[in-house]
Ligand binder design. Structure first.
Ligand code: GLN
Length: 447
């Protein structure tokens, strides 16, 4: 803990942490030392973990990197965080992210950009940018983030670490600030697959506080990491023919594909006809859900309240206008529009239907193949400011990650190489729902 605290201070300019729980983490570490001495320590004793600023931790500030939650302190602890603590992990601090987890570059935080530790002129990805940089730069051993459309996988890809989003419902969302509830899933950012497996084992499973959390038993993932099976792997041809896919990214992923074939796995090109619909469907549905979820920040119940208020309506309007950042406001407006009476069927209902098609086709492919492989992102880490003037260009950064989120299947990003600038390239693997054991074992084998 002392070493990590020192690293956090030395690398403060990365802006990965919004708050360090210094005294508390040291006290936790001391308590764990005692338990280790008398043989009562939990499974995660010695693991120092950072949490994204969307996870509730009783008595601690919780802001989703937004001004609208200024001064808000959490009244309870997220189930995932509680399970970490119960197994003696040390929580070292609260990590910067895009406001309400909306973004792909960590440029939407009310508390400033996070810098990529490989090149401070570049973004770390988002929205869990602080969480990815914290692991990349050794500011903690692992981070707990959230992934609605790629927010642990894409920053992991940009920062050269492992980013893992389990099956929708595998981890309780109790205490996770809602962005788009039918997509949101807690995810893990780690140095290696073993740590991701161990953490999943601890935090997954049914929870009386979240009725959508799966009742399925939780396998001992960390003991299932060896595999010498020969798998059937599909690579989505259309992904590799996309305009905007960087050549070095493409070559690195195709290189892994060839390596897997040489190692005796059956590797085939597959067609997925809905690639063009992926980003529009994702953004119609997530903005709709977000516009509803964010309705609760009204200046009455939580955090920030505008001072220039004359009546109740102006309290709502001014608080929301001053409290939410530009990207969050854009999404609330988009979501409100697609849910409005005149446009509901044309946009929202239609997008629900397309989501169903995407899910059915993805599930069908995953019946025929154990894994689908594709790049995590079309590019390596881009320059700060490069995409900020053009939200649509920014949304296209999600083209390869939203499929798993629309379909609810588990997906992981693992680092498989670097480009000529030394920037990391991530390979993404998807598998069938609840087949995390084989996803983790196979990722472990590739890494
Ligand atoms: N970049 C995507 C978005 O802005 C993903 C965010 C996320 O997974 N939380 O919605």
């Amino acid at each position: 803990v002392e070493q990590y605290l020192q690293n956090i201070k030395e690398k403060a300019e990365l802006n990965a942490f919004l708050e360090i729980f210094e005294d508390e983490a040291l006290a936790q570490a001391e308590a764990v030392d005692k338990k280790l001495a008398d043989g009562t320590a939990g499974k995660l004793a010695g693991m120092v973990i950072g949490i994204k600023d969307v996870l509730a931790y009783e008595g601690h500030s919780l802001q989703a990197s937004s001004k609208i939650l200024n001064g808000f302190k959490s009244l309870y602890t997220a189930s995932a965080v509680k399970r970490l603590l119960d197994e003696d992990a040390v929580i070292i601090g609260r990590q910067n992210c895009d406001e309400f987890a909306m973004g792909a570059s960590n440029e939407n935080s009310a508390f400033g950009n996070v810098l990529n530790a490989d090149d401070p002129n570049r973004v770390p990805g988002g929205s869990s940018g602080g969480s990815a940089v914290a692991v990349q730069a050794d500011l903690c051993l692992a981070s707990i983030g959230s992934d609605t459309g790629g927010s642990v996988r894409q920053p992991a890809s940009f920062c050269g670490v492992v980013g893992f989003k389990p099956t929708y419902s595998r981890i309780s969302r109790y205490g996770l600030i809602a962005y788009a509830s039918s997509f949101d899933q807690i995810g893990l950012i780690t140095k290696n697959v073993e740590d991701a497996a161990l953490l999943l084992e601890v935090i997954a499973g049914q929870d009386g506080m979240d009725s959508t959390a799966s009742q399925r038993e939780v396998p001992a993932y960390s003991e299932l990491l060896q595999t010498d099976k020969k798998y059937k792997i599909g690579y989505i041809r259309d992904c590799f023919e996309r305009e905007g896919l960087e050549t070095e990214v493409k070559d690195a992923i195709l290189g892994v594909k060839d390596m897997l074939r040489d190692a005796g796995h059956e590797v085939e090109a597959v067609d997925f006809p809905y690639l063009d619909f992926m980003v529009p469907t994702y953004y119609i549905l997530t903005t709709a859900e977000a516009s509803s979820n964010l309705g609760r920040y009204d200046g009455v119940k939580y955090g920030f309240r505008s001072e220039n208020v004359t009546d109740l309506t102006s309290l709502y309007k001014k608080t929301r206008a001053e409290g939410f950042g530009e990207e969050v406001q854009r999404r609330i407006m988009l979501g409100t529009f697609v849910l409005s009476a005149d446009y509901y069927d044309a946009y929202y209902t239609k997008a629900q239907k397309v989501r169903r098609l995407i899910k059915e086709k993805t599930d069908e492919l995953l019946q025929a193949y154990d894994f689908l492989i594709l790049p995590t992102a079309p590019t390596t880490a881009f320059k700060i400011g490069e995409n900020t003037a053009n939200p649509l260009a920014m949304y296209l950064a999600d083209i390869f990650t939203v499929q798993a989120s629309l379909a609810g299947v588990p997906a992981i990003s693992i680092p498989v190489g670097r480009d000529a600038n030394g920037l990391s390239i991530g390979l993404q693997l998807m598998t069938r729902s609840f087949e995390e054991p084989q996803l983790l074992a196979f990722s472990n084998y590739i890494l």
